[in-house]
Design a protein around this ligand. Structure first.
Ligand SMILES: C[S@@+](CC[C@H](N)C(=O)[O-])C[C@H]1O[C@@H](n2cnc3c(N)ncnc32)[C@H](O)[C@@H]1O
Length: 409
């Protein structure tokens, strides 16, 4: 077969939910990453639904140069090639589409950009001595030298991950190295190495000292600690548990929290469900009593400790599996407002309990438009009105979008 016969020419119609361009063809939809609406492109002519871009014949006027040399190979970013205003409209459209597929009409605001100065938390992968991110939709490692999406406070993350990978390469195990920027320096949790010999552990301690890491843990167990890895949440300083969930950008956390605070204005008692280490609970407690719940034991322990900060109203933080044991209406009867911020699966069981409650105000925070729309449908069927939806973009260049929504009855 000639080189020409192995390619195909397609016209890209629109961008799909995962950031790929979509072409309508006689045999169905074809997905082509790194393309834009209106572009004529040449792709690999195989039978796959997702094709590889060979070249762009007629580039869109909205096409811009990517900010990273690894873009197109590294799977971390999907959308660096689209100008930001159009990209933000597309992100808003993801929310509008998910709601309309659930039969919901609601006022969806403009996307708020919450990239700020970049990601303060990253998971790097190591295979042997190589460190990087995986390519899109495969486990192939793309070695990276730089990542312009990271905040300056994570500048040492790749160097630190390489130093750790060098020591652990002999284990021949794939590693996930989570690096978080804290006030006192980098906080690193290494996963996947298995048990370590005392000489490897000692070598890791030396790396932690040399690179002045705040803390180094392995599967959450302490390897070295130079300083308490702390972050500010509103006026409160919190010591992070190892490997804890944290909103990926500071601007993202502040934007989500400010929207939550605005919606809960005037409430004197708020339930914060799926609270994590408490970025909403600790800010809410500057003005209201809080009932907080999450399944993560170390996160609740950290929140309980931070809640002792003088000047905060009481926070009753409970370890609770809210999928299996959602808060029931009688437990929420004193709450003026309920905030929930579940993982990607959403909060179906909790939404069902809220639907049968008398809580007047529910603020839903979500990182998944599809599960959000499903939970919104449950609340609306239970008598709530969806009065405001705000898309928040803290995963710039990806297909992820956060949502803050207000439900009233
Ligand atoms: C998207 S995070 C939000 C955390 C927090 N609101 C924040 O902004 O940092 C989702 C949280 O849900 C918690 N979670 C996951 N599954 C859970 C479950 N079955 N029950 C309760 N909490 C759960 C996780 O521990 C995590 O803290």
């Amino acid at each position: 077969m000639s080189a020409l016969a192995a390619t195909e020419r397609l016209l890209i119609d629109r961008i799909g939910q995962r950031g790929d361009g979509i072409a309508e063809t006689a045999t169905g939809q074809v997905f082509v990453p790194y393309t834009l609406p209106g572009e004529t492109v040449i792709v690999d002519a195989d039978r796959a639904e997702r094709r590889q871009l060979v070249s762009v014949v007629s580039p869109s006027a909205e096409r811009v140069a990517p900010i990273c040399p690894h873009f197109g190979d590294c799977g971390g970013c999907a959308m660096q090639h689209w100008d930001l205003p159009r990209y933000r409209e597309w992100k808003r459209g993801l929310v509008v589409t998910a709601l309309s597929q659930a039969g919901i009409e609601a006022p969806v605001g403009d996307t708020i950009d919450a990239h700020g100065n970049g990601r303060r938390r990253v998971v790097l992968h190591a295979r042997g001595r190589d460190v990087g991110f995986t390519a899109a939709r495969t486990h192939r490692l793309v070695t990276i030298e730089q990542c312009p999406v990271l905040a300056p406070s994570l500048a040492g993350a790749i160097t630190a991950a390489r130093a750790i990978a060098d020591i652990l390469a002999v284990t021949k195990k794939p590693l996930d190295i989570q690096v978080t920027a804290t006030e006192s320096g980098l906080d690193i949790d290494v996963r996947g190495s298995g048990a370590l010999s005392s000489s490897r552990s000692a070598a890791l301690v030396l790396v932690a000292e040399r690179l002045r890491l705040a803390r180094l843990t392995r599967h959450g167990e302490m390897v070295a600690r130079r300083a308490a890895p702390t972050v500010m949440m509103g006026r409160t300083r919190l010591e992070l548990p190892a490997g804890a969930f944290l909103q990926p950008t500071i601007a993202g956390e502040e934007t989500l929290a400010n929207l939550v605070l605005q919606h809960c204005d005037g409430a004197t008692m708020v339930a914060d469900l799926f609270c994590g280490v408490g970025p909403f609970a600790l800010r809410l407690a500057e003005r209201a009593r809080v009932l907080a719940g999450d399944a993560d034991i170390p996160a609740i322990a950290a929140l309980t400790e931070a809640a002792k900060t003088p000047g905060l109203k009481p926070i009753d933080a409970q370890v609770r599996d809210l999928f299996r044991r959602p808060m029931i209406p009688s437990e929420l009867k004193r709450a003026d407002a309920v905030v929930f911020d579940p993982p990607r699966q959403g909060a179906q069981a909790q939404a069902q309990e809220l639907a049968g409650s008398r809580v007047e105000l529910v603020v839903a925070v979500s990182c998944n438009a599809a599960s959000f729309a499903r939970d919104a449908r449950i609340l609306i069927d239970g008598g709530y009105r969806l009065t405001s939806v705000t898309p928040v973009d803290q995963f710039r260049y990806s297909a992820h979008i956060e949502i803050v929504a207000r439900f009233e009855r």
